[in-house]
Ligand binder design. Structure first.
Ligand SMILES: NC(=O)c1ccc[n+]([C@@H]2O[C@H](COP(=O)([O-])OP(=O)(O)OC[C@H]3O[C@@H](n4cnc5c(N)ncnc54)[C@H](O)[C@@H]3O)[C@@H](O)[C@H]2O)c1
Length: 359
C-alpha cells in the first residue's frame, strides 16, 4: 500500500458513481458504518443523481465523474463504481488516477485484458481495490469455506452450483420489457455479457472461493427468443439467458455450474454442494444464508445431515472501509475480479468453439 491508511478516528468519505437501482444498497451499507460518510454522488443523468442525493441526504450531486473529482478533490477518499458494466473500467481508471480507493461492482470489466488493466492501475495507485461479489456477505459461504480449508470434508471430488433467477419467466421483479434497468442486461450492444456476466460471475466466485480455482471449462450459452425481431426499442436482445458449465477444478474435482434468468419460482436462488472424500457440505439460499448443512463424521454412513449455524460476517462495504482504515488489502480484490473474468472469457471461447478450454 503506497497510500497511507486513514487514522481510525478520521471519517472515510465515499462518493457513489452511477445512481441506478443498485446504488441505494451501497449508500445504506456505508451509512451504517460508524465514521463513514457518503459525501457526493454522480450520474450521467444529472437529474437522477440529484433525486438520489435528495432522497439519501447526500450533500453534492454531479453529472460526471470528472466534474465531481474536480469539485470535491481531496474531500473524497473512496468511490463505489455502480454504473452499468461497460463503464466500470473507464470510471475506475479515472478514479484510480486521482488516487481514490475503489469498490467496483461486478463484473469487474467486460473481459480479462480490461480487468488486468484495472488491476495494474490499482496497484500503481497503491489504493484499496475491491470487487463487489456480494454473496461473500453471507455467513454460510464464509463458514463453509473455513470448514473446507480445515479439511473437514477431505479432498474435494464433486461440485454442484447453481444461480437461478426468474425475472425473464415472470414479473417477480416487474416487467423487464418496459424497464431499461433490465433491458441493458439483455443486450450485448449495451455492454452486457448476459446472465453469465451478470450473475454467472457471482456463482463462479461462490463456487470457487470454497472449492478452489478451475482448470478447465466446457460451456454452453443460450439466448432465447423474447420479443418480435428480438428487439425492444434500441435494445437488441442478443445476450445469453442461460449458461451451463462443465468444469474441472485445479484440485482434480469435477463440477457443474449453471445459471439462468428463466427459472420461474426462484427469484434469486444460489445453491452449492461440495462433496469430498470425508463428507459433503450443502448450502441453499432459499433455506438459509446463516447456516449450512453438512453430512460427515458419524452421520456420513447413515446419510444424515446436520445444520451448522454460522457467525455473522462483515459485508464487503465494511471490509472495504476497514481496509482503507488499516491500509491492509481488502478481499475480494481486483485480482479476484480478474481471475473470474478470465473464466468468463474462457466460457465464451468454449461456447463459440464447442469444446473445453484450459485456463
Ligand atoms: N453486487 C450485486 O449483487 C449487484 C446487484 C445488482 C447490480 N449490480 C451491478 O451494479 C451495476 C449497476 O447496476 P444497476 O442495476 O444499478 O444499473 P442501472 O442501469 O439501474 O444504473 C446504472 C447507472 O449508472 C449510470 N451511469 C452510466 N455511466 C455512468 C458514468 N460514466 N458516470 C456516472 N454514472 C453513469 C446510469 O446513468 C445509471 O443511472 C452493474 O454493473 C451491475 O452488474 C451488482
Amino acid at each position: 500500500m503506497k497510500k497511507s491508511a486513514l487514522k481510525k478516528q478520521q471519517p472515510v468519505r465515499v462518493a457513489i458513481i452511477g445512481t441506478g437501482s443498485m446504488a441505494p444498497y451501497h449508500v445504506e451499507r456505508y451509512v451504517a458504518i460508524p465514521g463513514c460518510q457518503v459525501v457526493a454522488a454522480c450520474d450521467v443523468v444529472l437529474d437522477r443523481a440529484r433525486a438520489f442525493c435528495e432522497k439519501h441526504n447526500i450533500p453534492a450531486a454531479y453529472g460526471s465523474v470528472g466534474e465531481m473529482l474536480a469539485a470535491e478533490g481531496d474531500e473524497i477518499d473512496a468511490v463505489s463504481v455502480v454504473t452499468q458494466d461497460p463503464f466500470h473500467m473507464p470510471v475506475a481508471l479515472q478514479c484510480l488516477r486521482a488516487g481514490k480507493h475503489v469498490l467496483c461492482e461486478k463484473p469487474l470489466a467486460v473481459n480479462y485484458p480490461d480487468a488486468r488493466k484495472m488491476l495494474a492501475a490499482a496497484k500503481r495507485a497503491g489504493v484499496i481495490h475491491m470487487v463487489n461479489f456480494s454473496y461473500r456477505n453471507w455467513p454460510c459461504i464464509q463458514a463453509a469455506t473455513q470448514a473446507i480449508r480445515r479439511g473437514d470434508i477431505g479432498e474435494i471430488r464433486h461440485v454442484e452450483a447453481s444461480y437461478l433467477q426468474a425475472w425473464l419467466a415472470s414479473k417477480v421483479w416487474g416487467d423487464w420489457k418496459t424497464n431499461v434497468h433490465w433491458l441493458w442486461r439483455l443486450s450485448t450492444g449495451h455492454g452486457s455479457k448476459g446472465v453469465l456476466g451478470d450473475v454467472g460471475v457471482h456463482i463462479l466466485d461462490y463456487a470457487t472461493y470454497p472449492a478452489g480455482p478451475l482448470r478447465e471449462v466446457y460451456c454452453r450459452l443460450k439466448t432465447f427468443p423474447k420479443a418480435p425481431g428480438n428487439k425492444i426499442g434500441e435494445y437488441k436482445l442478443d445476450a445469453n439467458d442461460s449458461a451451463v458449465l462443465n468444469v474441472e477444478f485445479a484440485n482434480g474435482a469435477l463440477g457443474v455450474i449453471h445459471t439462468s434468468r428463466c427459472v420461474g419460482g426462484h427469484a434469486n436462488r444460489l445453491a452449492l454442494k461440495i462433496a469430498g472424500t470425508k463428507g459433503t457440505i450443502s448450502m441453499d439460499s432459499e433455506v438459509s444464508t446463516t447456516s449450512y448443512r453438512e453430512c460427515r463424521g458419524p452421520g456420513l454412513d447413515k446419510a444424515e445431515w446436520r445444520d451448522v449455524p454460522c457467525k455473522p460476517v462483515p459485508n464487503n462495504y465494511e471490509r472495504f472501509i476497514a481496509a482503507i482504515r488499516s491500509g491492509k488489502p481488502g478481499e475480494p480484490d481486483f485480482a479476484r475480479g480478474a481471475e473470474i473474468q478470465k473464466v468468463l472469457d474462457a466460457c465464451f471461447k468454449s461456447n463459440k468453439e464447442r469444446k473445453p478450454v484450459r485456463l
